[in-house]
Design a protein around this ligand. Sequence first.
Ligand code: ADP
Ligand code: ADP
Length: 221
Amino acid sequence: MIRFEQVSKVYSGGFQALQKVSFNLGKGEMAYLTGHSGAGKSTLLKLISVMERPTDGQVFFNGQDVSRIRRGHIPYVRRRIGMIFQDHHLINGRTVFDNVALPLVIEGYNHNDIRRRVSAALDKVGLLGKDRYFPLMLSGGEQQRVGIARAIVNKPSLLLADEPTGNLDPALSMEILRLFEAFNSVGVSVLIATHDTGLINAQRHRTLTLSAGRLVAEAEL
Ligand code: ADP
Ligand code: ADP
């Protein structure tokens, strides 16, 4: 599903964020991406979603080298990826329903399909009754679940999460992780960037560790 071949990223200021990173994430696999702040986790995720381009090496998504695709093709890659952020990037002036519907509206789905899919997505994250709420009326854990509903509403084959539990206490973090595991159990590949060692230790999964831009050899768990 994802394959990095000797990927390096040097930002325009000259900072080397990733150095010769190579790994595979198989279809239906779930893994943590960990490492200290500044280790390059976000950069690695951004190379997959083509928000950044590598300086060297290749990034394959579903067999396609996305590191050099034309700008116009980026949306086709992104619509197959669900992205979840620490601060969930919800639009506070829009309802939960509208926030979750946004990717479908952009893709031009019709009204009925949007209603059906948004309801299904909200159901999966346990927020079916909250569709008319505004984000700020919800708890932090609920807001994150809205972000997850929006990420999965168009049924992506890959979920990328960047510190999804960064603002949540351990119990809520575990709830969020369970949601990722549920999506993974139906075949969705999941890559979670996190430095939440409590979470990683509580629930073991394959762990990719970055240290100053380099991938540390993987320990067998
Ligand atoms: P992490 O997610 O592990 O905290 P990042 O990938 O965000 O790490 O950042 C890795 C390094 O790259 C950091 O030192 C950061 O300052 C630097 N960096 C990130 N984005 C940029 C950018 N757009 N321009 C220059 N440097 C950047
Ligand atoms: P209209 O009457 O203009 O067609 P709707 O009644 O379809 O508008 O939707 C108005 C709002 O009600 C939507 O933006 C959404 O927030 C909410 N809503 C409508 N239908 C559903 C549904 N099936 N599930 C969840 N929320 C819904």
